[in-house]
Write a protein that binds this ligand. Structure first.
Ligand SMILES: Nc1ncnc2c1ncn2[C@@H]1O[C@H](COP(=O)(O)OP(=O)(O)O)[C@@H](O)[C@H]1O
Ligand SMILES: [Mg+2]
Length: 303
């Protein structure tokens, strides 16, 4: 089976600004694939080219084995998009937002009605079907936008920062729905700047910064191979500690107040430090994506 998305040298420029800089990636059917990166990394620009609402500047991009330059309409029919910004229609009720959207895809009214009911039940909004959009909380709006993205029964669901600005309860509800869709076999492309979100949802991900892909792979593998198993975090340390860490050849990052040492044997490092150096605090924890991100995008003390 060909990949759902295949990008080679994919580039997006706005005037002199290169927002997406010759990236390569492949997304297979049934996976939840993440684009993780800070604001301005180029995530939205990338997904807009995928759902054919922004032309590519250079490179190649195939979606469902079709060229985005040649068959944008066929591609759009098979994609559901939940945009980063709220695009729900404030003049319509919850239910009507879905049925009207169904009509855009040429779905007959009766079928759109049934589909809307299923989707509203799926996201737990059936009881609120007659509510106005302005009566909904941010979390409910986002869930409705996800439901709307599913109206055309897409083969690929694109979620652009689905939980930005949501409270923890709403974030977990969105994650739960995404997991259910993933289990149903849908291919999902997700962008986020939340490390925990990427780690918990994505089978594979890229970390993107300044339009470039820095690393790609399953999150746990990336952390294990590029950071190590554990992180020893030290606050309020003397300069001699930095010298010691360098002497030992330990991999580390530091800013003014904190130092992170990446290691497979956290307890040993912890003890070595606690024994020799006074500090405000020192802990050992499991390494995570945030450590990888810091390591890649850098905040280390440089001489
Ligand atoms: N339509 C546009 N015109 C000009 N610059 C844009 C446009 N859209 C995005 N950019 C710029 O491109 C860069 C990447 O933006 P974007 O793809 O939205 O990043 P992200 O989604 O990762 O936050 C940013 O510097 C942004 O300001
Ligand atoms: Mg964005």
């Amino acid at each position: 089976m060909p990949p759902v998305i295949e990008a080679h040298g994919l580039t997006k420029r706005y005037g002199s600004l290169t927002a997406v800089d010759a990236v390569d990636f492949t997304i297979d059917a049934g996976e939840c694939y993440g684009f993780l990166g800070p604001n301005g990394a180029g995530k939205t620009s990338t997904v807009k080219m995928i759902h054919c609402s922004s032309p590519i500047t250079a490179g190649d991009l195939r979606v469902f084995d079709l060229d985005v330059r040649e068959q944008p309409r066929s591609i759009k029919q098979r994609i559901g998009v939940c945009q980063q910004e709220d695009t729900l229609d404030p003049d319509f009720s919850v239910r009507k937002n879905l049925t009207v959207f169904g009509r855009y895809f040429g779905i007959p009214a009766r079928q759109a009605g049934e589909r809307s009911r299923e989707l509203l039940e799926f996201i737990g909004l059936w009881e609120r079907r007659d509510a106005r959009i302005r009566e909904l909380s941010g979390g409910l709006k986002r869930r409705l936008a996800i439901a709307r993205a599913l109206v055309n029964e897409p083969d690929l669901l694109i979620l652009d920062e689905p939980t930005t600005g949501l409270d923890p309860q709403s974030r977990h509800q969105v994650w739960d729905r995404v997991r259910t869709l993933r289990r149903q076999g849908k291919t999902i492309l997700l962008t986020t700047h939340y490390m925990d979100e990427a780690q918990t949802l994505c089978d594979r991900l890229v970390i993107m910064d300044h339009g470039r892909i820095l690393v790609e792979g399953p999150p746990a593998d990336l952390v294990r191979t590029r950071v190590g198993r554990e992180v020893v975090e030290v606050w309020g340390f003397p300069p001699a500690l930095v010298a010691h860490v360098r002497e030992q050849g330990w991999s580390f990052e530091a800013d003014t107040h904190r130092l992170w040492i990446y290691t497979d044997s956290g307890e040993d490092v912890f003890e070595a430090i606690a024994r020799r150096f006074p500090s405000e605090g020192c802990t050992v924890r499991m390494a995570g994506l945030e450590d990888l991100f810091l390591k890649l995008t850098g905040r280390e003390l440089r001489e």
